[in-house]
Ligand binder design. Structure first.
Ligand SMILES: Nc1nc2c(c(=O)[nH]1)N[C@H]1C(S)=C(S)[C@@H](COP(=O)(O)O)O[C@H]1N2
Ligand SMILES: [Mo]
Length: 308
């Protein structure tokens, strides 16, 4: 079993890095302190982590920061709306459909989807198109592992990701701000890239709903909106899929959406960023969010100004 049901750790115990490291010891020993209270947005269970991948030595954001400043338009457009309203979403049971151009399409309970694979902690920079950024200790599995198991055919040139559609629990879906359900997409080689993960946790425990429980995409060299939350469908397709944000404003949001300090099609200047909890955009943004040595070759020969 990869996901263990265990009593909660108080959210006040998961506030800073030092405590996190200490708590990680607890998780390793499978000795979790007894529940005293429940976090605002649902229960969290500890996860058994096999491997740690650190891609930056920058300070990791606190649990409080990562879970209280969110974009999840299904729960409203304010940064505090997801933490306030996402608790009402039922994330269990949860099924993920894998279909389209593949030899082994299937519907998986989310637990079965990840069960065959070892969970890894991945400390990644996270860059929102609104020019703020964080460093987040995700827990997840390579997206490629899940895709390979489905045996995509040669027709599969892109992968489409779809978020749950459930307006009764996602009040933002009652407003036509976006074409619900939220969809996103990656080219096949991007989806197979080892940096792309399906995340099921943060700070060693299962995701809170505001971060996209029970399973969400993380693509660290792209703007945050590519990282679809609360995924119910992964589909292999043979053409570039529609995506929620480029449907809403095609001149602002391109399909590729690679972090690029030289291209600012949206009203935010992308050359700098505000590292939360800071107030000012003092940090220089790096091409591909600093992951260029690993991903730039996928875009060789492409005009990144046109293909933003
Ligand atoms: N379904 C869905 N996924 C989504 C969004 C959303 O509104 N709905 N927002 C995106 C944006 S703009 C960002 S920056 C990240 C934020 O992830 P976080 O709140 O876990 O930091 O989620 C992305 N995934
Ligand atoms: Mo974002």
């Amino acid at each position: 079993m990869l996901i263990r049901n265990a009593p909660d750790v108080r959210s006040s115990e998961v506030t800073d890095e030092r405590q996190y490291l200490r708590r990680r010891e607890f998780i390793r020993l499978a000795a979790v302190s007894p529940a005293a209270s429940t976090p605002a947005s649902g229960d969290q269970s500890p996860l058994q982590i096999a491997k740690h991948v650190v891609t930056t030595d920058e300070k990791v954001n606190t649990f409080e920061q990562i879970t209280n400043y969110n974009n999840f338009y299904e729960f409203g457009s304010d940064k505090s709306d997801p933490a306030r309203y996402a608790g009402q979403l039922h994330t269990s049971p949860w099924t993920v459909k894998i279909d389209g151009h593949c030899a082994r399409p299937a519907d998986y309970h989310v637990e079965d989807l990840i069960k065959p694979f070892e969970l890894e902690e991945r400390i990644y920079r996270h860059r929102c198109v609104e020019a703020w950024s964080m460093v987040i200790p995700w827990v997840g599995i390579p997206l490629a592992s899940v895709l390979r198991r489905a045996e995509p055919t040669s027709k599969a040139t892109f992968v489409e990701f779809t978020t749950l559609l459930r307006p009764s629990e996602m009040p933002g879906q009652r407003d036509p701000i976006l074409n619900w359900p939220y969809t996103e997409g990656l080219r096949m080689d991007e989806a197979m890239h080892p940096l792309a993960i399906l995340a099921v946790g943060i700070y060693g425990k299962t995701l809170l709903n505001q971060n996209g429980a029970p399973i969400r995409l993380v693509v660290p060299w792209k703007y945050g909106f590519k990282s679809t939350k609360s995924i119910v469908r992964i589909r292999f397709v043979d053409r570039m899929p529609h995506t929620a944000w480029s449907d809403q404003n095609p001149s602002w949001y391109g399909f590729y959406s690679n972090v690029n300090p030289d291209v600012s099609p949206v009203r935010w200047d992308q050359s700098r960023e505000r590292r939360l909890p800071g107030l000012f955009a003092t940090r220089k943004t790096l091409i591909f969010n600093g992951y260029g040595d690993q991903v730039a070759s996928m875009y060789a020969g492409m005009d990144l100004r046109k293909n933003y």
